[in-house]
Write a protein that binds this ligand. Structure first.
Ligand SMILES: [Zn+2]
Length: 389
């Protein structure tokens, strides 16, 4: 049974609008103040214009090293979605499976609320390790905040033992996910009346050649890549998500742009994939520049979220299994901050309440049973040592 105070805390967090494009400071200040009541100091690290912050706090300061409980504070928006209850209202609905509805309920304010509700228990824990609470901003738009958070943690000399990321996995420890690498390509050509094509460089057509390359690569992954069992799509994927170019039927277009992405297997390498696209672009440019020296391709990185690969044998995985009462592990289809924590040398596992199928959807929900399982997980973390680590 989920405790009423935990439920109330989760509902309060859902009630705060932390869509990625907005400030998350209301939530961060709320958590900071809650912790301050317990005598716990929070480290806040901000984005450039100080509208958003990460929060890092240690419960059990003075104990040797700790376990990070990590969650992102931002949510996706709900514009254009049909909700049967207001997304911030955090409504409870009874039924065969009582549920809590609201934006962020599964992804991932349920986890944050449950962790925060245990703050006093973590402080009073007999376990030798501390627990760190790590809340980030701008995860949904590219995992930007967490890099600041990790840098700030390093500056403060904090060396955590392990990290548990509470993204919705149905409380089953997840040990792998693909990366998400997204780029923007801007194509500059040379315009002309469409009857005079030889003296022009057609930006759309040049973009199409590069888009064809991305498509060829995607087909190559499907044909040739060694399969990675456990993923819905057991090979890396590539796709173009947006395209724009041209101003009129009778003008050879000077400009075009498109966005594309790679979702690479933990055993593949998205950076090399991007190098292949760049090489293809560089090979096209001499032909374009023979007509117009200013013609060419320009690339911008939208996000680079590394893939994540842990192991069922990792101590942190075994810890998560014991705390959740699960003896299996899973892979997830979505990107998380796990690869970034792992890259910084912190053993990591993903395990949290709710299911990704409900995340980002209208009528997002988390079942009270999932929250109660998460509460039990946190309770065990607070009351027993972690011999696995
Ligand atoms: Zn999430």
């Amino acid at each position: 049974m989920l405790s009423p105070t935990t439920l109330q805390l989760v509902q309060s967090l859902i009630g705060m609008n932390t869509v990625s494009q907005n400030s998350n400071l209301e939530l961060i200040h709320f958590v900071r103040d809650e912790l301050a009541h317990l005598g716990v100091k929070s480290r806040l690290s901000y984005n450039a214009d100080k509208t958003k912050a990460n929060l890092f706090a240690t419960l059990g300061e003075g104990r040797p090293a700790g376990i990070i409980l990590s969650g992102h504070t931002d949510t996706v928006p709900w514009d254009g979605q049909e909700w049967s209850t207001p997304p911030l209202s955090a409504q409870l609905r009874d039924g065969p499976e009582p549920r809590l509805y609201g934006r962020g309920s599964a992804d991932m304010k349920g986890f944050i609320g449950v962790a925060l509700a245990q703050a006093r228990a973590f402080l009073e824990s007999p376990a030798p390790h501390a627990v760190h609470l790590a809340l980030s901003y701008d995860e949904e738009v590219g995992c930007f905040g967490v890099r600041e958070l990790i840098a700030d943690m390093r500056d403060a000399g904090i060396k955590p033992l392990a990290c548990i990321i509470g993204e919705p996995t149905g409380m089953v420890p997840a040990i792998a996910h693909k990366g998400v690498y997204r780029y923007r390509c801007c194509v500059r050509g040379k315009e002309a009346h469409s009857s005079l094509t030889p003296s022009s460089v057609n930006a759309i057509e040049m973009a199409a050649r590069l888009i064809g390359k991305v498509r060829d690569m995607a087909e190559g992954f499907e044909r040739n890549e060694p399969r990675y069992a456990g993923f819905d799509v057991p090979f890396s994927t590539a796709s173009v998500g947006q395209f724009q170019g041209g101003i009129a039927d009778n003008v050879v277009p000077r400009d075009a742009w498109f966005h594309y992405e790679f979702r690479d297997l933990p055993t593949a390498d998205a950076k090399r994939m991007q190098q292949e696209v760049l090489a293809h672009a560089r090979a096209l440019e001499p032909g374009m520049q023979a007509i117009a020296p200013e013609a060419g391709f320009r690339f911008e990185t939208i996000c680079e979220i590394p893939s994540f690969l842990g192991s069922a044998d990792d101590a942190v995985t075994r810890l998560a299994q014991r705390l959740s009462g699960q003896n299996r592990t899973t892979e997830v289809a979505f990107g998380t901050e796990a690869g970034i924590f792992k890259q910084s040398g912190i053993p990591t596992v993903v395990c949290g309440p709710g299911h990704i199928a409900q995340a980002h959807q209208p009528d997002e929900f988390v079942s009270l049973d999932q929250l109660a399982q998460c509460e039990l997980f946190m309770h065990r973390l607070a009351t027993t040592p972690a011999p696995e680590l």
